[in-house]
Design a protein around this ligand. Structure first.
Ligand SMILES: O=C(O)[C@H](O)[C@H](O)COP(=O)(O)O
Length: 308
C-alpha cells in the first residue's frame, strides 16, 4: 500500500519526518536539458529547512564536474561535488578499489565522456569511448578496422554504460575484448536501466546497450555499479553518518521501481516515486506492499506547489 502526496499537511509531515533526501536526476529533477516544474523551488524549500540533499544518478554520460555545470545551468545553485553520486564515478571507484586494476592496465570503454573522465581522474588510460576514430562522419563499417583487428594487449577491464553515439564498430570492438583471453577480462557495467526518460519520449537506456554485448558474448557483467547496487548507498552513508545511523530519516526520491525504489528500500530508507519519468500510476497503485514505494506523487515540484 502506498500513499499519494496530494495535500499540504502531507508535505509538512514529510518535512518533519525526514532529514536526508536522495534524488534521482533523469525523470525527477530534469528530462534531458529541461528542468521539471518547480523543482528549483522545492530544492530551495528543503535547503531552507536545513535538509541534507544528495543527487544519485545512474546516467554515466557525465562526470561529477559536468553535473555541477548542469545544475548551475538549470538554475540549481550551490550544489557541491560531494552531493553528487553518479554511476560513472561509482564505476571508476569500483575499478580502482574493488577490482584493484593496476594503473598500467588500460580500460576499454563502451560509453561516453563521463566514464572516461572519472577513470582518468584516478590515473587510468582509457580506450574506445569517445575516440573520434570510432565515430568519424561517414564512417562505414569495415571488419579490418584496427579497433577490431589490433586489440590492445594491455586492456585489463571492459566497462560499459550509456553510449549515446553507439555504432556497430564500437559494439563489435567491445565484443572482441569480452571474448579475448577466454572471456577473462573483467566486465563492469554502470547500470541496468533499460530505457532513458527524455522529454516526451523514452530512449534506449544503458541496460539495453549492455544487454547487447552481454548477449553476444554470453557473459553477464561481473559488477553493476549504479543503483540499485548498495555500494553507492554505502558511499553516501560513509559521507553522511546521520543517514548511516538512522536510515529511516532518509527518503529516496526516484522515478523507476527496479533501480531507484529498490536502492532506497534495500538501503533501509523510505521511498517516494514520482510519475514524471518511467512508471505509471496504475502500476504503482497495484504493487504489493513489499515493493510499493512508501509514497508517490505526480511530480517533485508538488512539494512546493502544495504549500502555496
Ligand atoms: O539509461 C540510463 O543510463 C538511465 O536511463 C538514466 O541515465 C538513468 O539516470 P537516473 O534516472 O538515475 O538519473
Amino acid at each position: 500500500m502506498t500513499t499519494k502526496i496530494a495535500a499540504a499537511h502531507q508535505v509538512h509531515q514529510i518535512l518533519a519526518d525526514y532529514d536526508y533526501f536522495l534524488f534521482d536526476c533523469d525523470g525527477v529533477i530534469w528530462l534531458g536539458d529541461h528542468i521539471l516544474p518547480h523543482v528549483v523551488e522545492t530544492l530551495a524549500l528543503l535547503k531552507k529547512h536545513n535538509k541534507t540533499v544528495f543527487f544519485v544518478t545512474n546516467n554515466s554520460s557525465k562526470a561529477r564536474d559536468d553535473y555541477l555545470e548542469k545544475f548551475q545551468k538549470l538554475g540549481i545553485p550551490d550544489v557541491d561535488k560531494t552531493e553528487v553520486f553518479g554511476s560513472s564515478y561509482a564505476l571508476a571507484v569500483y575499478v580502482e578499489k574493488i577490482l584493484k586494476l593496476p594503473k598500467d592496465k588500460k580500460v576499454w570503454v563502451l560509453g561516453e565522456a563521463g566514464i572516461e573522465k572519472e577513470l582518468r581522474a584516478l590515473g587510468y588510460t582509457t580506450l574506445g569511448g569517445t575516440d573520434p576514430a570510432l565515430v568519424a562522419d561517414g564512417l562505414k563499417f569495415d571488419a579490418s578496422h584496427p579497433a577490431l583487428t589490433q586489440l590492445d594487449p594491455d586492456v585489463g577491464a571492459v566497462v560499459a554504460g550509456l553510449s549515446l553515439n553507439i555504432n556497430y564498430l564500437k559494439l563489435s570492438a567491445t565484443l572482441q575484448y569480452l571474448l579475448k583471453d577466454n572471456k577473462t577480462i573483467p566486465f563492469i557495467a554502470t547500470n541496468i536501466d533499460l530505457t532513458f526518460p527524455s522529454k516526451g519520449m523514452l530512449l534506449i537506456g544503458a541496460g539495453s546497450i549492455i544487454e547487447t554485448v552481454s548477449f553476444a558474448s554470453g557473459r553477464q557483467p561481473d559488477a553493476i555499479c549504479g543503483k540499485p547496487n548498495l555500494s553507492m548507498m554505502n558511499s553516501i552513508k560513509a559521507d553522511c553518518p546521520g543517514l548511516k545511523e538512522n536510515p529511516k530519516r532518509g527518503l529516496m526520491v526516484g522515478d523507476r521501481l527496479n533501480t531507484d525504489m529498490k536502492f532506497g528500500r534495500d538501503g533501509g530508507l523510505d521511498t517516494l516515486l514520482v510519475l514524471t519519468g518511467i512508471e505509471k500510476e496504475e502500476v504503482v497503485k497495484a504493487l504489493p506492499s513489499e515493493t510499493a514505494p512508501t509514497y508517490y506523487a505526480d511530480k517533485l515540484g508538488d512539494f512546493f506547489e502544495l504549500l502555496q
